[in-house]
Design a protein around this ligand. Structure first.
Ligand code: UDP
Length: 450
């Protein structure tokens, strides 16, 4: 029996940058701070569909481990993202427990843990025609303990789908699979979501929850990110004068929304760095990492004359932006964001940068409300009935944060205080480090007889 060998944690991540980035940071911390070995398997977007769902393909996982094994460190746990929670069979075959690393906020997880829930269902039934109503028709918001009320229009699309649809069935299956994992690591902390871990009264036998976040990239890639031309450009700008605009790895706007955003930036008369994507023709959507072939350098979709009129005041890039290096730059004064959870955490943790929330899809609408109403580090750009932010609204929101002294000061102070608390949570004696140490300790002593 070998009781001293380093234990290995196997992490499986689906092809989304928004999942991969915190998974890499989790793996790094497990190895560098907690004495574990880690293997991270990531299906690329160019993989065959069967490989993309390698979370459920035991053979592919086994091959992956063989390739990555170093001296056969015994496996202690399988950690998957929410797309991989169907991998229970794989974990069983490998003889290890299955953990979920949830890369969105606690509020979104609690919503899933409480589904199906008579309270939530009742809120749908009270709306609409009253006969087995749909969530999208709910007149009353969903009230989760300690969280901001969630209105129907803020729910993720899969929850708004017909309850008889395959999409909703898939969503429910995922929620049920989450309830059956052996433990959940959440990329949050009590400092930003005080309700984390609570609100589960009446729900039996739910997996233990470990708030190990915020696990984000706080270190720009040495010699690359800080040398990026947009960072060089930021070096030339006055302190706190630049608006950083990005909709994450997948957020794509419509042509019309892109044009309004451009004209809103122009109208605000503020400097900006904009990581722009070629727009969709219709709905604002998610175009995920790797699906756009080649680099499209033509900015012909921007309003006529925009580039000339904003020359010197703005920097537009269509390539992957070094977000952490941008957010940590002293010239950046606010972040216009789609409210992806990593972007939110990075904005606060890296430099306490206040945000302008322009949510697009998934749980981003809920995140935006939480940021504005509960955390107080963002203003939300007003959205018309057709979910479209006009140039005037973009400019007003930017000016409120960048120019409006009072709002700006209050938000900046909150963001800076929150940053200090989160940095402390991640420090050697912080709550997040303790939460990760607790679960790492379980893994370190797993399978002692192997
Ligand atoms: N990101 C980046 N450069 C880009 C776009 C995105 O570095 O040009 C990173 C960003 O820092 C964050 C992640 O990609 O870590 C996006 O995650 P988020 O949860 O914010 O949004 P998602 O892409 O999942 O919608």
């Amino acid at each position: 029996a070998c009781t001293t060998a380093r234990r290995r944690v196997l992490l499986l991540c689906s092809p989304c940058m928004g999942h991969l980035i915190p998974f890499v940071e989790l793996a790094r911390r497990l190895v560098s701070d907690h004495g574990l070995a880690a293997t991270l398997l990531f299906a690329s977007a160019t993989s065959q569909p069967s490989e993309q769902y390698l979370a459920v393909a035991a053979a592919a996982v086994r091959d992956g481990i063989d390739l990555a094994a170093d001296g056969g460190a015994p496996l202690a746990a399988l950690v998957v993202d929410m797309i991989g929670v169907a991998a229970r069979g794989v974990a069983a075959e490998l003889g290890v427990p299955l953990y979920l690393f949830f890369t969105s906020p606690w509020m979104a997880l609690l919503l899933l843990l409480r589904l199906p829930d008579p309270e939530i269902d009742a809120s749908a039934e009270r709306g609409g025609d009253g006969c087995g109503g749909e969530h999208r028709d709910a007149a009353e918001p969903i009230r989760l303990p300690g969280c901001v009320p969630i209105h129907a229009h803020e729910l993720p699309a899969s929850m708004l789908a017909d309850r008889s649809s395959d999409m909703y069935a898939g969503f429910l299956d995922m929620a049920k699979a989450i309830q059956r994992v052996d433990g959940i690591l959440v990329n949050t902390s009590g400092e930003i979501e005080p309700a984390v871990g609570g609100g589960m009264d009446g729900l039996e036998e739910l997996p233990p929850v470990h708030p190990v976040g915020p696990l984000v990239w706080t270190r720009p890639v040495v010699g690359v990110d800080r040398e990026h031309e947009c960072v060089r450009w930021l070096d030339q700008q006055p302190r706190g004068s630049v608006v950083y605009v990005s909709f994450g790895s997948g957020g794509t706007l419509t042509l019309q929304h892109t044009a309004e955003l451009a004209l809103g930036l122009e109208l605000s008369q503020c400097r900006f760095v904009w990581a722009v994507k070629r727009p969709h023709q219709s709905l604002a959507n998610g175009t995920f990492f790797g699906t756009q072939k080649g680099e499209d350098v033509l900015l012909d979709f921007l309003p006529e004359g925009f580039m000339e009129r904003t020359r010197g005041a703005g920097f537009v890039t269509q390539s992957w932006a070094p977000q952490t290096a941008i957010l940590e730059h002293p010239s950046v004064g606010c972040f216009v964001t789609h409210c992806g959870w990593n972007s939110i955490l990075e904005s606060v943790v890296v430099n306490g940068v206040p945000m302008i929330a322009c949510p697009l899809y998934a749980e981003q609408h809920m995140n935006a409300t939480m940021l504005e109403v509960q955390v107080g580090v963002a203003v939300r750009a007003k959205v018309a009935v057709d979910r479209f932010t006009s140039r005037e609204e973009v400019a007003t929101a930017i000016q409120r944060v960048m120019v409006g002294e009072e709002a700006d000061e209050r938000m900046r102070k909150r963001a800076s205080e929150l940053k200090d608390k989160l940095v402390h949570a991640l420090s050697k004696d912080g709550s997040s480090t303790h939460a990760l140490a607790k679960i790492a300790n379980v893994w370190k002593h797993a399978n002692k007889d192997k």
